[in-house]
Unconditional design. Structure first.
Length: 202
Protein backbone atom coordinates (compact mmCIF):
# COMPACT_ATOMS: atom_id res chain seq x y z
CA UNK A 1 0.00 0.00 0.00
CA UNK A 2 2.75 2.49 0.95
CA UNK A 3 4.67 1.64 -2.19
CA UNK A 4 1.64 2.22 -4.41
CA UNK A 5 0.93 5.58 -2.77
CA UNK A 6 4.53 6.74 -3.25
CA UNK A 7 4.61 5.65 -6.86
CA UNK A 8 1.29 7.32 -7.54
CA UNK A 9 2.54 10.59 -6.02
CA UNK A 10 5.62 10.57 -8.27
CA UNK A 11 3.73 9.78 -11.44
CA UNK A 12 0.86 12.16 -10.73
CA UNK A 13 3.50 14.88 -10.34
CA UNK A 14 5.13 13.86 -13.62
CA UNK A 15 1.78 13.97 -15.40
CA UNK A 16 0.53 17.23 -13.92
CA UNK A 17 3.73 19.27 -14.16
CA UNK A 18 3.85 19.26 -18.00
CA UNK A 19 0.35 20.72 -17.98
CA UNK A 20 1.41 23.43 -15.57
CA UNK A 21 4.51 24.17 -17.62
CA UNK A 22 2.51 24.31 -20.85
CA UNK A 23 0.00 26.67 -19.28
CA UNK A 24 2.85 28.84 -18.01
CA UNK A 25 4.34 28.97 -21.50
CA UNK A 26 1.05 29.84 -23.19
CA UNK A 27 0.54 32.65 -20.70
CA UNK A 28 3.78 34.16 -21.98
CA UNK A 29 3.07 34.57 -25.65
CA UNK A 30 5.87 37.13 -25.77
CA UNK A 31 9.02 35.84 -24.01
CA UNK A 32 10.44 38.02 -21.28
CA UNK A 33 13.92 38.32 -19.82
CA UNK A 34 12.68 37.04 -16.48
CA UNK A 35 11.65 33.53 -17.58
CA UNK A 36 13.02 32.55 -20.98
CA UNK A 37 13.47 29.03 -22.24
CA UNK A 38 10.67 27.03 -20.59
CA UNK A 39 10.75 23.47 -21.88
CA UNK A 40 9.76 19.85 -21.32
CA UNK A 41 12.18 17.05 -22.17
CA UNK A 42 12.29 13.27 -21.81
CA UNK A 43 15.21 10.90 -21.96
CA UNK A 44 16.77 7.56 -21.23
CA UNK A 45 19.98 6.45 -19.55
CA UNK A 46 22.12 3.44 -18.74
CA UNK A 47 23.57 3.41 -15.22
CA UNK A 48 26.22 1.58 -13.20
CA UNK A 49 25.85 1.74 -9.41
CA UNK A 50 27.74 0.57 -6.34
CA UNK A 51 24.81 -0.56 -4.19
CA UNK A 52 26.68 -0.57 -0.84
CA UNK A 53 25.02 -3.90 -0.12
CA UNK A 54 27.61 -6.65 -0.17
CA UNK A 55 29.76 -4.42 -2.42
CA UNK A 56 27.55 -5.46 -5.31
CA UNK A 57 27.70 -3.44 -8.53
CA UNK A 58 24.50 -3.30 -10.58
CA UNK A 59 23.71 -1.92 -14.01
CA UNK A 60 20.40 -0.93 -15.47
CA UNK A 61 18.27 1.47 -17.45
CA UNK A 62 16.38 4.56 -16.46
CA UNK A 63 14.02 7.19 -17.80
CA UNK A 64 13.79 10.85 -16.83
CA UNK A 65 11.52 13.82 -17.40
CA UNK A 66 12.78 17.42 -17.15
CA UNK A 67 10.28 20.24 -16.60
CA UNK A 68 11.90 23.66 -16.72
CA UNK A 69 9.98 26.82 -15.87
CA UNK A 70 12.94 28.88 -17.07
CA UNK A 71 16.00 27.81 -19.00
CA UNK A 72 17.88 27.32 -15.71
CA UNK A 73 15.34 26.21 -13.08
CA UNK A 74 12.98 23.26 -13.12
CA UNK A 75 12.16 19.77 -11.89
CA UNK A 76 13.49 16.35 -12.76
CA UNK A 77 11.72 13.05 -12.23
CA UNK A 78 13.47 9.76 -12.81
CA UNK A 79 12.83 6.03 -12.52
CA UNK A 80 15.76 3.62 -12.55
CA UNK A 81 15.76 -0.18 -12.64
CA UNK A 82 19.05 -1.80 -11.60
CA UNK A 83 18.95 -5.46 -12.61
CA UNK A 84 22.09 -6.23 -14.59
CA UNK A 85 24.74 -8.11 -12.62
CA UNK A 86 22.40 -9.07 -9.79
CA UNK A 87 23.34 -12.04 -7.63
CA UNK A 88 20.62 -14.21 -6.07
CA UNK A 89 17.91 -11.81 -7.29
CA UNK A 90 19.35 -8.87 -5.33
CA UNK A 91 18.28 -5.69 -7.11
CA UNK A 92 16.77 -2.25 -6.59
CA UNK A 93 14.45 0.28 -8.22
CA UNK A 94 14.18 4.00 -7.43
CA UNK A 95 11.41 6.56 -8.09
CA UNK A 96 12.75 10.07 -7.52
CA UNK A 97 11.73 13.67 -8.15
CA UNK A 98 13.09 17.07 -7.17
CA UNK A 99 14.49 20.46 -8.21
CA UNK A 100 17.12 20.78 -10.91
CA UNK A 101 19.34 23.75 -11.75
CA UNK A 102 20.96 24.00 -15.16
CA UNK A 103 23.89 26.33 -15.67
CA UNK A 104 23.28 28.41 -18.74
CA UNK A 105 26.46 28.86 -20.80
CA UNK A 106 25.67 31.05 -23.76
CA UNK A 107 27.11 30.34 -27.20
CA UNK A 108 28.24 26.89 -26.16
CA UNK A 109 26.85 23.33 -26.37
CA UNK A 110 27.75 22.19 -22.84
CA UNK A 111 25.17 22.39 -20.05
CA UNK A 112 26.25 21.44 -16.51
CA UNK A 113 23.47 20.89 -13.99
CA UNK A 114 22.82 19.98 -10.36
CA UNK A 115 19.80 18.29 -8.81
CA UNK A 116 18.40 17.23 -5.46
CA UNK A 117 15.95 14.34 -5.69
CA UNK A 118 13.81 12.59 -3.08
CA UNK A 119 11.57 9.57 -3.40
CA UNK A 120 11.07 5.86 -2.96
CA UNK A 121 13.57 3.01 -3.21
CA UNK A 122 12.53 -0.63 -3.55
CA UNK A 123 15.13 -3.21 -2.57
CA UNK A 124 14.83 -6.93 -3.27
CA UNK A 125 16.99 -8.98 -0.87
CA UNK A 126 18.83 -12.22 -1.82
CA UNK A 127 16.72 -15.20 -2.86
CA UNK A 128 13.59 -13.02 -2.56
CA UNK A 129 13.39 -13.63 1.15
CA UNK A 130 12.45 -10.00 1.80
CA UNK A 131 11.47 -6.84 -0.04
CA UNK A 132 11.88 -3.39 1.46
CA UNK A 133 10.56 0.07 0.60
CA UNK A 134 12.67 3.01 1.79
CA UNK A 135 13.07 6.75 1.66
CA UNK A 136 15.84 7.80 -0.75
CA UNK A 137 17.61 11.18 -0.78
CA UNK A 138 19.74 11.73 -3.87
CA UNK A 139 21.78 14.83 -4.70
CA UNK A 140 23.56 14.73 -8.02
CA UNK A 141 25.16 16.61 -10.88
CA UNK A 142 25.91 16.08 -14.52
CA UNK A 143 26.78 17.44 -17.92
CA UNK A 144 24.81 17.50 -21.16
CA UNK A 145 26.02 18.27 -24.67
CA UNK A 146 23.49 19.91 -26.98
CA UNK A 147 23.47 18.32 -30.44
CA UNK A 148 20.70 20.55 -31.76
CA UNK A 149 17.69 22.46 -30.44
CA UNK A 150 15.85 19.24 -29.54
CA UNK A 151 18.46 16.58 -28.81
CA UNK A 152 21.14 16.53 -26.11
CA UNK A 153 23.56 13.83 -25.07
CA UNK A 154 23.72 13.25 -21.33
CA UNK A 155 27.48 12.83 -21.18
CA UNK A 156 27.57 11.91 -17.50
CA UNK A 157 25.27 12.03 -14.51
CA UNK A 158 26.63 11.33 -11.02
CA UNK A 159 24.24 10.57 -8.19
CA UNK A 160 24.95 9.98 -4.51
CA UNK A 161 22.04 8.34 -2.71
CA UNK A 162 21.25 8.05 0.97
CA UNK A 163 18.86 5.38 2.24
CA UNK A 164 18.60 6.42 5.93
CA UNK A 165 15.97 3.85 6.90
CA UNK A 166 17.49 0.75 5.31
CA UNK A 167 16.79 -2.46 7.24
CA UNK A 168 20.39 -3.15 8.30
CA UNK A 169 21.41 0.44 8.81
CA UNK A 170 21.78 3.41 6.43
CA UNK A 171 23.44 2.76 3.08
CA UNK A 172 24.81 5.20 0.51
CA UNK A 173 24.69 3.84 -3.04
CA UNK A 174 26.35 5.92 -5.73
CA UNK A 175 26.77 5.67 -9.45
CA UNK A 176 27.02 7.21 -12.89
CA UNK A 177 24.78 7.13 -15.90
CA UNK A 178 24.81 8.36 -19.49
CA UNK A 179 22.22 8.63 -22.23
CA UNK A 180 20.15 11.22 -24.07
CA UNK A 181 17.54 13.92 -23.50
CA UNK A 182 15.00 14.95 -26.13
CA UNK A 183 13.13 18.24 -25.87
CA UNK A 184 9.46 17.82 -26.75
CA UNK A 185 8.18 21.29 -25.86
CA UNK A 186 9.75 24.74 -25.80
CA UNK A 187 13.12 25.79 -27.09
CA UNK A 188 16.17 27.93 -26.59
CA UNK A 189 15.02 30.26 -29.31
CA UNK A 190 13.00 31.82 -26.46
CA UNK A 191 16.21 32.62 -24.66
CA UNK A 192 17.88 34.17 -27.68
CA UNK A 193 14.83 36.25 -28.53
CA UNK A 194 14.58 37.57 -24.98
CA UNK A 195 18.28 38.38 -24.73
CA UNK A 196 18.37 40.16 -28.09
CA UNK A 197 15.13 42.14 -28.56
CA UNK A 198 14.52 43.71 -31.96
CA UNK A 199 15.91 47.21 -32.45
CA UNK A 200 13.45 50.05 -32.60
CA UNK A 201 13.44 52.09 -35.78
CA UNK A 202 12.81 55.79 -35.82
Amino acid sequence: MIKNIRIQIVFVALVLMPLVCAHHARAQAVPTATSPGSFIAVGGTYAIYQTQYGKQVLGGVGVHLDLNFTLAIGLEGEVRWLRQGQVADTHQTTYLIGPRYQRVIHNGPFKPYAKFLVGDGDFNFPYNYQKGEYLVIAPGAGLEFRVNESLSVRVIDFEYQRWPQFTYGPISPYGVSFGFTYRIFGGERWESSSRHPPLKRD
